[in-house]
Design a protein around this ligand. Structure first.
Ligand code: TYM
Length: 350
């Protein structure tokens, strides 16, 4: 098995896909398709790590899994040239996660800020799955021996953990890895985060210091991928700003989180840099800039929303995409798992 450059990323099917998901992840998913073999996964096993009241129960999980699949495709992911599937169909994810549970260290997981945020004050009541979430994430990536992982800024710490796990596995089993023909001693690659573009951390429209998030109780804090033109316009017009006009240079955005966020969103959607956006709008009033932002958002997002609607209206078609993708994903994962089991010393069917 030669080490090939391969892209893997995942998105949770837990309701309300938003502009942060689109700019932080989907836009890069689509770009990387031109240069890499890509695997994009709807991580339904990650989705059930919080209470059932949070993820909404079986029917909601199924609905959201189809919706995220539709969002991938509507954003430009090509499920024929690349692979789109849902995680639970490929058993290698859970199998490798177990091996990694025995490689990762409690101290490493104790540092994960997302667990602390999600578990809140009552950590004793959090599920074991929520605590173990980043280990499953490492398995998602490494069961395909993926080398590049496009994500938003918030996933950076998890990606560092994936690298630590890959490295410790390679060290712990170094002799066995060489003994099984991996002469460079590198069975797992150290996956690189791809966190690029002007909008790697899109912030809430109501508070520029808080991340735009699916779980924010205020719907006005985010633009959902399913919002219609009127809703998008209303949310952007209500978005928090400050009384100053827009600066002409990027430096002028320092200490102005709301202005910085809106300029970043415009840049992300238009493919311009923040500097270019400010060259056009700097010195002007927010109201003019907001009008232009509404127009841009609607132009970019309305076709995605309508394509998502069309796709989810045909669940059998969406399911057939996921089943086809899972078959191709499984072929890759099975090869990794055979080698990983041999390296660990597990006896297996031949
Ligand atoms: P999830 O489902 O929370 O988010 C999906 C992707 O959207 C990005 N994102 C954002 N980017 C910019 N600004 C924001 N406000 C914003 N909110 C979300 C996320 O960074 C992510 O790229 N743990 C992952 C799912 C996962 C995964 C993986 C990712 C499971 N296994 C393996 C990569 C590789 C998550 O919860 O993403």
């Amino acid at each position: 098995m030669a080490m090939v450059e391969r892209v893997f990323s995942g998105v949770q099917p837990t309701g309300n896909l938003h502009l942060g998901n689109y700019l932080g992840a989907f836009v890069n998913f689509v770009k990387l398709q031109e240069t890499h073999n890509c695997i994009y996964c709807v991580v339904d096993m990650h989705a059930i790590t919080q209470g059932v009241d949070v993820w909404g129960g079986p029917a909601e999980l199924t609905r959201c899994t189809r919706e995220v699949t539709a969002a991938f495709i509507a954003s430009g992911v090509d499920p024929k040239k690349h692979i789109v599937f849902n995680q639970s169909q490929v058993t290698g994810h859970a199998e490798l996660a177990w091996i990694f549970n025995c490689v990762a260290r409690m101290g490493w997981l104790n540092r994960m800020t997302q667990f602390k945020d999600k578990a809140g004050k009552d950590r004793e009541a959090a599920s074991v799955g929520l605590y173990d979430y980043p280990v499953l994430m490492a398995a998602d990536i490494l069961v395909y021996r993926a080398t590049h992982v496009p994500v938003g800024e918030d996933q950076k710490q998890h990606l560092e953990l994936s690298r630590d796990i890959a490295q410790k596995f390679n060290n712990d089993f170094a002799d066995s890895i060489r003994g099984h023909g991996f002469n460079d001693g590198l069975f797992f690659p150290l996956p690189e985060p791809v966190i690029t573009g002007p909008a790697t951390r899109v912030m809430s429209l109501r508070d520029g210091t808080k991340k735009m998030s699916k779980s924010d109780s205020s719907d006005n804090s985010r633009i959902n991928l399913t919002d219609d033109a009127e809703t998008i316009a209303a949310k952007i017009r209500k978005a928090k700003t400050d009384p100053e006009p827009l600066p002409s240079e990027e430096k002028g955005l320092e200490g102005r989180p709301e202005a910085d966020n809106l300029v970043g969103i415009y840049a992300g959607l238009s493919g311009l840099s923040k500097a270019q956006v400010l060259a056009e709008f700097g010195g002007g009033q927010f109201s003019n800039f907001k009008n232009a932002l509404v127009e841009l958002c609607v132009t970019k997002l309305a076709p995605i929303a309508s394509e998502m609607k069309r796709l989810v209206a045909n669940p059998d078609h969406v399911d057939s995409i996921l089943i086809d993708g899972a078959e191709r994903a499984e072929a890759i994962a099975t090869e990794t798992m055979k080698a990983a089991k041999d390296i660990v010393g597990f006896i297996r069917k031949r």
